[in-house]
Design a binder for this molecule. Sequence first.
Ligand code: ATP
Ligand code: FE
Length: 335
Amino acid sequence: INILAIESSCDDTAAAVLTNDKILSNIVATQEVHQQYGGVVPELASRAHQQNIVPVIHQALSKANMDKSQLHAIAFTRGPGLMGSLLVGTSFAKSLSLGLGIPLIEINHMQAHILAHFIDEKEFDKPTFPFLAMTISGGHTQIVKVTSYFTMEVIGQTIDDAVGEAFDKSAKILGLPYPGGPLIDKYSKEGNPKAFPFTRPKVGGLDFSFSGFKTAVLYFIQKQLKEDPQFIEKNLEDICASIQYTIVDILMHKLKKAVKETGIRQVAIGGGVSANSGIRNALQDAEKKYGWKCFIPKFEYTTDNAAMIGIAGYYKFLEKDFADFSATANSRYKI
Ligand code: ATP
Ligand code: FE
C-alpha cells in the first residue's frame, strides 16, 4: 500500500510517502517567518503553507521515487491545529484524492504523534497494547491510555499552558530566541539543576498546569535582575538546568501516578518535547528503577512531520476507514 501523507496543522508544511509501515520519504518545510515575532502568526503560517505545499509534495514523491499514479490513498491532518493552516492541507488532500480517484483518510494529529511509534525502523521496538502515551508538544500535554491503534483515552492533560509553551515562555523571559525549548535543553547540560528551586504547581489527578510555573520563573528573574542586572548572563546554564529539572519532575510525577493507577508499565512519549534530553534520561532511569519499558521515537518523528500522519493513515487504510468529500478541518479535533 502506497500512501501520501500531508501535515499542515501548525507552522511546518510536511509530506511523506510510505509503503505500508515503511517511510520512503519524509519532507518538512519549517517556516522561518515566525521567528521574528517570537511565536507562530496564524495568517502568515497559512500563507506559507500555500507556498510550500506543492514543492514539498513534489519533493516527497521524487525522493520516494514514486509517481502519483502509484499511490493508493492520501492521508491528511484534519486537526487539531490552526484553522487557516489545516485548511490548506485539507483542501489540497481532497483535491488530489478526487483528481487521482483514490481514497482520502483523515487523521487526528495527536493520535498520529502516538502512532509514530509504529513506524517500521530498525533498532526501534514498538509498544504492545495497552500502553501509556505521554504527548508533550507545543500545544498539548496529555497522558493517553492506548488500547488499540484508534482506541485512545485521555486520562490526564494540562488545564492551561502546554509543556512546550512552558519551555518556550521561560526561554523568552531569559531573552532566548523562539522556539527556546531546544536552547534550554542545550544550556542545561552545563548547569546545576538544583541551583534555583522552583515551586511545583498543585493540580489534582493526572492533570498538569504550567501557567503558574511560567509566572514563577518570571518573578524570580525580575527579582534577581533588580539585585544584579547581569544575573541572566552569569547564571544562564544554572537557570536553564533548574527550569528543565522542574519541568521534567512535573511530567515524571504524573507519569508515575498514571502507571500506578493503570498498572500499565509500557510508556511511550511523543511530540516535540520528547526530544528533550532531561525527559529522555528520566525515562531511561525509570526503566532501571521501576522496570518500565519506555519508547522514545526517532528524532525526526517527534516534532511535526507527515510520516506519523502516514503511519496512522496506513492503519486506517487496513480498517477501510475512509473519509468522504464532506471532510472538513477541525481545529479542536479530539482524540
Ligand atoms: P501540537 O503537536 O500540540 O500541535 P506543535 O506541533 O507546535 O504542537 P511540536 O512541533 O510537536 O509542537 O513541538 C514543538 C515544541 O517542542 C516547542 O515548544 C519546542 O520548544 C519544543 N522542543 C523541541 N525540542 C525541545 C527540547 N530539546 N527540549 C525542550 N523542548 C523542546
Ligand atoms: Fe505536533
